[in-house]
Each structure stands twice: as C-alpha cells, then as structure tokens.
Design a protein around this ligand. Sequence first.
Ligand code: NAD
Length: 249
Amino acid sequence: MRKLEGKIALVTGGNSGIGLATAKQFVAEGAYVFITGRRQTELDAAVENIGKNVTGIQSDVSKLEDLDRVFDKIKQEQGHLDVVFANAGIGEIAPLGAITEEHFDKIFNINVKGLLFTVQKALPLLPENASIILNASTASTVGTPAFSVYSATKAAVRSFARNWILDLKERKIRVNAISPGVVPTPGYNLLGLNDEQVQEFVDSQAVTIPLGRVGTPDEIARAVVFLASEDSSFVNGIELFVDGGMAQI
Ligand code: NAD
C-alpha cells in the first residue's frame, strides 16, 4: 500500500527544488497533486517532469486573488484537499544597515503572508485528518549573516504551526513545520550567487554539519511524505528538522 493512495495534495512552489521533489514523491506514493509557481514555462516543464496525476496552476502566493483561483480550480476538479505543503518561499541577502522596505515587504509577503493565506484559503476544502506542512528553515534558530529578514519569516512560520493546531483542534487537522538545513536547489542561484559561490558556500557549510555533507531535495521530500501520511497520525505542531544535525549542536 502506498503512503498517500487516493489523497489530493497541493504543493505551492512545486516547480523547483524541494517542492518539485516533494510533488514527485507524493505522486509516486499514490496522490494526485496540484503544483503552483509564478512562471508558466517552469510550471509546464515541472508538470511534464512529474508526468502524471498532476495539474499546474500558475499563481503567486503573495496575491490573494491568485490563491482564490487556485482553490476554485482544486474545488472544481477534485472537490477537496487532504494535504497542503505550503512550500513556496524565497530568500535574499541583506545585512542590517542595508535592509530596504522593498526587501522586507517582498520576503514577508511571500514567505509569511503568502503562506498564511494559502493555508487559510485551503481550510474550506480540508476534511478531518487533513495534514498541513509548513516549510520553515533551520535559519529561524541559527543565526546567519545578512539573512535576518528571511530568518525572521521562518520563525513566524514555525510559530504558525504552534498556534494553528489550536485553531484547528475541533477539526482534527494536523499542522507541522519542516525545517530543512542546507539543501542546494535552484533557489541558491536566486540568492544572487553564481555556481562557484554556491559551491564555496556548500563546502563551507558541509564541514559544520554533523553528517559531513549537505542534504538533497529528495531527503526533505521523504520527511514531508512522512508528515503528510498516516505514518505521522499523532505528530502535531512539531518542527521536524531535516538538517544532518546542523541546528542540533
Ligand atoms: P527553489 O527556488 O528551488 O523553489 C522555490 C519555489 O517557490 C519555486 O517553485 C518558486 O517558483 C516558488 N515561489 C517563489 N516565490 C513564489 C511566489 N510568490 N508564488 C508562488 N511560488 C513562488 O527553492 P527551494 O530551496 O526548493 O525552496 C523551497 C522552500 O524551502 C522555501 O520556502 C525555502 O525557504 C525553504 N527552505 C529551503 C532550504 C534550502 O536549503 N534549499 C532550507 C530551508 C528552507
């Protein structure tokens, strides 16, 4: 028996990195998956890559009207949602002293506002025993130079899980946060680093990680499958670190 047989799932930011790896594993475990992303070309490529049991919906999580379109389509096509992986997120580098209002608004609008309204607008479609997984980060507990705004958004995300399990108590919907450590994805290039700088960063991080290496999107996806499935039926409100031990020392 596959772990998500017959389940309907949404992965925001499902066209790249951790989201794409998770969407693939959800489908392999028997789910039908909706993925979102801002760019139609990347979304189409991801749908083709996943191959079956997937629908792409072009949308920006920070735009509430886009989210309405996403949930209207899911309602029309499947009628409900069993799993929400609120994964879409971005990072940008800016040290204190050089933080602009634009930087702050952009990162908070996507990582916090977008995630909050993704979950809130999903609620009417969620049955009892649905599972919500929020993509946080080790960055919320470990300091990182020039990354304070991003890290603060992830602290907010972790906090949402603690509070929402109380708001959703009557409905028996589980909410958990997952905190990946260092996991190279296309998102690293979007930070403004070239391939060589990404490799330098990865090498410098690997030696600080107890397992001696960085992680892969597939390793994060397997942990998300666990939180999405009945295997984690009594796991609620946690922050599951998938970081090779980096934030535990
Ligand atoms: P990525 O850039 O490969 O993927 C990010 C995804 O989010 C893409 O699909 C992108 O289209 C989507 N996205 C970004 N802004 C969006 C918006 N406004 N609306 C809709 N979709 C949007 O990066 P990734 O590393 O796979 O990141 C995925 C999540 O994992 C993020 O929330 C990130 O903060 C978190 N995370 C990543 C790491 C890591 O090391 N890679 C570590 C901790 C947490």
